[in-house]
Design a protein around this ligand. Sequence first.
Ligand code: GAL
Length: 344
Amino acid sequence: MEILTQPFGVQATSYTLINDHGVALSVTDFGARIVSLRVPLATGERELVLGFDSAEEYQQKDTFIGATIGRVAGRIAGAHWAHDGVDYQFEANENDNTLHSGVIGFDQRYWQAAPQVTATEARVVFAYVSEDGENGFPGQVTVNVTYALANDNVWRLTYEAVTDTPTLFNPTNHVYFNLTGDPSQSVAAHQLKIAADTFAPIGDKNLTTGEIRSVAGTSFDFRAAKPVGTTIESTDDQHQRVGHGLDHPFLLQDTQGAPQAELLSPDGLVRVAMTTTAPAVVVFTGNFGTDFTLPMRQSQLKKHGGITLETQAVPGAERFAQYGDIVLTPASPYQQVTEFKLDF
Ligand code: GAL
């Protein structure tokens, strides 16, 4: 197990965690972000996630890719939250709503990094203090996000936070997988399995509506593995309205430790199995515009060139109690653990 430290642009640093099987996970303090995840295959090394080569490139191209998102991931309707007689105003950075907590969210902050190597894993603890009033949110929140790569080929993400005042807290990680290794290839032929009997439909302006709908008999039924492309090609209004594909929260079952989501590469050589303590996963299939291209590494990111597994509570929980409680209070610190087991 080892950690290699390198500059990642002018101000940022990257940490590459390498286990004894040659799996390499690179993260940066700019946005407490995953920038690369490489596995050694018989055919050569393969990159499993989207990413760029410096903090500046993320700033210029897309700061959500691979980042820690917070304090609240997803959309807050009307960019406000009424609590205990106070109306908190946030930044409206998409239509009239707040997306991923505003223009400068956790994804654009520089985090304190503490790399650590043990006998069984390499990890980096990223720490950030979000001050009272930051992006309009009440309370000072102290956040730790730990990226660990274990010798059993598990990438584990741990979120911990404490607040001094009740506030909203529903972070996630915005990793995009493309298990072909090439962001110009669509993820349509990836097989996806999700242990979810229900999902949250999307309404006007990509907001959740409060509804929880059964997946049975719909294109959202991933309880048995099927290609992601079935949603991209679907004529279901739910897929059309998000730009073809998925941009939806799935409410996860408690599987007693068995994977809650699985992604398999088209050639069958790489499998990612996810388990989480979070109640839901938002799956977004990179439904960028039809002519979208973005230079990425030696290739071009295209529409449907990545798929996210964003573990969190269902967006909109601040309005809809049926989506859970995302109010963080001083009495009960936040913890969420998500694991991605890599088989190759
Ligand atoms: C996702 C969100 C998408 C899109 C994306 C950022 O979490 O659900 O609608 O905004 O982030 O490109």
